[in-house]
Every structure is written in structure tokens, then in C-alpha cells.
Design a protein around this ligand. Structure first.
Ligand SMILES: [Zn+2]
Length: 448
């Protein structure tokens, strides 16, 4: 991982890319990533004056003072960057103190850390550096024998609503606690265990699985590929570990805990006592690591298949229908076929009520179709159905956000239109032209 901090000092290492919500445009935009981030940064500064009544406020990028004393570090640094007045940022800042204590207590219990262990873990609200594409991040500094960890909460991530702040924060605090408690031994743990434990403890396993299944479906090119989304989501535990591996990692930890309910406290205690990871895993699970990983993979794949439930085959033909219609509008028998398409979308929309993995795809479908020639009011109503529910604060495709911004603008609901634009501008990995579009659209809206 490449970061400015690392270049400055080896003792500071970015431990983990934080849990983040997948961008569904990412694949198309990999080469444009640097450009996107540059646009986002420009947008933050450019929009600050209008949006949040702060002019020319410089971005605030946090770097721990490695030579400073720990006691100098604030619990929550006062954030004065361009997004300081954004409601999401203010809300998080107001709650941060309490959230920190709650998250520490929760993770301390889940990991079985002793009561006399007093974590340092500090919360920092700051702007996201251009080099990052996470919503929150954990970093640590070794000060002598003591390890001090910080959870960086990026204001941009809060404003773009690309993560659920509370569960993401609990996830990050899980990293900081384990890192502080185990010290350098923590750095030797396999990533699937580190991330899987954090996902498990933050209650993110099944949501992560849904998102990954949806992502694999989204990037399927045909029905054959779509029928293998579970296999692609759980493709085995390897040495390499990226975002796409989070779901399987979480399921492996679920397997461990299913088999041995007190596995995590016992693992932590064994590691603290000096055991290697392999020895600790063998002691707790009763299996050599290789055997455990094979069994865990089998469990993970089975769970992914159950969750997928054959829906890939249901969704794909619908997407083709709608795309075909979009490509050949002149062949579209207007009223009747439009009705059929709308009914199909609406019936699939009920899957969203069960937090179906297909939700991101359905959102995409709904947005791509733009509901043909429905009125703005009807469009907004149907989109609302897709956006309601437990994943409402989750990631949205650029298409969906653009459709929302247009629908709300048409309805004269400028507050919600503005929110959709801001989510595009402050999110990451949205296409540069989409961000530009959002900035233009924003300028046409009434001021808040
Ligand atoms: Zn993590």
C-alpha cells in the first residue's frame, strides 16, 4: 500500500484499508481513479463555500505526530476542514465521544480482552487524502513498547453516505484494539483473520456477503457467469487479500465461531501468550491451519450459495430486457411493454425488502431504465421504493444518484436533489464526468 505517511516514516504503517462499500462503477473507472480523486478534492474545496458556508478552508489531512507524547493527542480532534458544517459531519463529531466508548466496550467483550487493558484508541475526523479510497482508516504508531492506534474518520465518507458510520466505526475500533493489545504480533496475522474478525464483531458479515454477491452479479457478462457469483465470491483463502475477499474472510470467522463459540477470546489469549497464529488456530479449532481453511472455505461457499438462491438467473434476463429496450427505443411497443417492464421491476423490488443481494443491481436497473417516460413524480416514487429499507444509506451507483437528482429536481424537492448531487461529488470512484455533471446540476438548484 502506498501512502504519504509510509514514505515519511516506516514506523507508521497503514494497517488496513477500512471496510468500505463497493463502488459499482469501479471496474469501468480504474484507469480514471486518480482523476476521480482529484475531482473529488477539487469539488470539496469548490463546493465548500456554497454548501457549508466556509470559504477557502484548507483540507485537513491527519498525520500522527510520531515524536509527540500520547497525552498530547486529543480524543477527538476538532475538525475545521471544508465539510465542517455538513450535517453528517457535525452529527458524527457530536457522537464521536460516546461512540468511541461504546465501540471499545463492545469489541473488548467480543475479543475477551481483560478489564485492566486500557486502550489508547483515538478518533480523528479529517479529510480523505487523495491517495485513499476508504471511508475510515486505522493507523498506528509504536511509541516505545506501546502501540497507539487512531481511527481516521473521513468527512468525505460521511457526506457521501458510502458507509454506515456506526458499524464501520465499530469495525475500525476492532482493528485498533487488537493491534494495541497484541502489538507487533498483530502484524503477523493473516489478513483473512484480521478482517474477518472485524467484520464479525461489527455485525457486517451478511451485509458484506450481499454486497459482494451483488457486485459479482453486476460484473457478470452473461447468465453463465451470473450463475457462478457464489463461487466467485468465495474463491478460497489465498495469500493475497483485497476488498473482494472480505465476504469470504468474514464467513471463515463465522465458521470458526460456529464450531467453537469462545474461539475469539481463546485465539486472542493464545496469541497474547506468544503462540503463532497457526498454533493458536490449531489449539482452538482442533485443526491444522490448512485443514481449517479448507473446511472454512466449504462452509463459506455453502452460505454464499444459499444467499444467492438462484436469483442471478432471475435478474439477468430482466437487465437484458431493459437494456435492449434502451438500445432500441423505436422498437419499443410503448405503453404495453413499458408497463410490463415496470411491473417486473416492481415485483423484483420486493426482493429489496428482504435486503436481497440483488438490491444494488436492481437499483442500477431502475436507474438505467429511468422508468422510460414516467413522470418525475412516478419515477421518484419508484426509486424511493428501491432506496427505502435497511440498505438505504448504502452505496448507490452513479446512474441511480443521477436519476434521483433529476427526479427530485423535477419534483422541485431541491433539498433531496442537492443531497444526491453531494453524494456523487463527495463519493469516490464515481466517473469524473458524473462528478462534473453533479457540480453543474448543483449550481442550478436553489441554495440551502
Ligand atoms: Zn478492516
Amino acid at each position: 500500500m502506498d501512502s504519504g505517511f509510509r514514505r515519511n516514516d516506516d514506523r507508521i504503517r497503514f494497517l488496513f484499508w477500512s471496510w468500505y462499500e463497493t463502488s459499482y462503477e469501479r471496474l469501468w473507472q480504474m484507469t480514471a481513479r486518480a482523476l476521480v480523486l482529484a475531482f473529488v478534492t477539487l469539488a470539496v474545496v469548490a463546493c465548500a463555500g456554497n454548501r457549508f458556508h466556509i470559504t477557502n478552508a484548507p483540507p485537513q489531512i491527519f498525520a500522527p505526530d510520531i515524536h509527540g507524547q500520547a497525552s498530547d493527542a486529543p480524543l477527538v480532534r476538532e475538525y475545521q476542514g471544508p465539510l465542517a458544517d455538513a450535517p453528517d459531519v457535525r452529527e458524527f463529531a457530536a457522537q464521536a465521544d460516546g461512540l468511541r466508548l461504546e465501540a471499545i466496550a463492545h469489541n473488548q467483550r467480543m475479543l475477551g480482552l481483560p478489564d485492566d487493558f486500557a486502550p489508547f484508541t483515538r478518533v480523528v475526523l479529517c479529510d480523505r487524502p487523495d491517495s485513499e479510497d476508504a471511508n475510515m482508516m486505522t493507523v498506528h504508531v509504536d511509541r516505545g513498547a506501546q502501540r497507539h492506534a487512531y481511527v481516521l474518520v473521513y468527512a468525505n465518507g460521511l457526506v457521501s453516505k458510502r458507509c454506515k458510520p456506526h458499524s464501520t466505526f465499530v469495525h475500525e475500533v476492532n482493528h485498533t484494539l487488537l493491534s494495541e493489545y497484541l502489538g507487533p504480533a498483530y502484524d503477523t496475522l493473516p489478513q483473512w483473520f484480521v478482517e474477518g474478525v472485524a467484520l464479525h464483531c461489527a455485525g457486517q458479515t451478511w451485509e458484506r456477503l450481499d454486497i459482494q454477491l451483488g457486485y459479482e452479479l453486476w460484473r457478470s457478462n452473461n447468465e453463465d457467469e451470473a450463475s457462478l457469483v457464489a463461487e466467485r465470491t468465495c474463491d478460497g483463502i489465498g495469500a493475497e487479500h483485497g476488498y473482494d475477499d472480505y465476504a469470504e474472510s468474514a464467513l471463515c470467522v463465522e465458521y470458526l465461531v460456529n464450531e467453537t463459540p469462545d474461539a475469539l477470546p481463546r485465539m486472542v489469549a493464545a496469541l497474547k501468550g506468544g503462540a503463532t497464529f497457526d498454533d493458536a488456530l490449531r489449539e482452538v479449532s482442533g485443526k491444522p491451519r490448512k485443514d481449517f481453511e479448507l473446511a472454512a472455505h466449504k462452509f463459506a461457499l455453502g452460505q454464499a450459495k444459499i444467499r444467492e438462491g438462484g436469483r442471478g438467473k432471475l435478474v439477468f434476463p430482466l437487465m437484458r430486457t431493459i437494456r435492449g429496450d434502451e438500445l432500441h427505443a423505436e422498437d419499443f411497443d410503448s405503453e404495453k411493454e413499458r408497463r410490463v417492464a415496470l411491473e417486473e421491476i416492481t415485483s423484483l423490488g420486493s426482493l429489496q425488502q428482504e435486503a436481497s443481494f440483488a438490491t444494488p443491481v436492481l437499483r442500477h436497473v431502475a436507474a438505467v431504465s429511468k422508468l422510460k417516460s414516467e413522470t418525475f413524480s412516478q419515477a421518484a416514487e419508484l426509486l424511493e421504493q428501491f432506496l427505502a429499507g435497511p440498505q438505504g444509506a448504502g452505496p448507490l451507483t452513479g446512474n441511480a444518484l443521477e436519476a434521483l437528482a433529476l427526479a427530485y429536481t423535477g419534483l422541485g424537492d431541491h433539498d433531496r436533489a442537492r443531497e444526491a448531487c453531494l453524494r456523487l461529488i463527495h463519493g469516490f470512484n464515481y466517473a469524473p464526468e458524473r462528478v462534473e455533471w453533479a457540480k453543474t446540476q448543483l449550481s442550478k438548484l436553489d441554495p440551502p
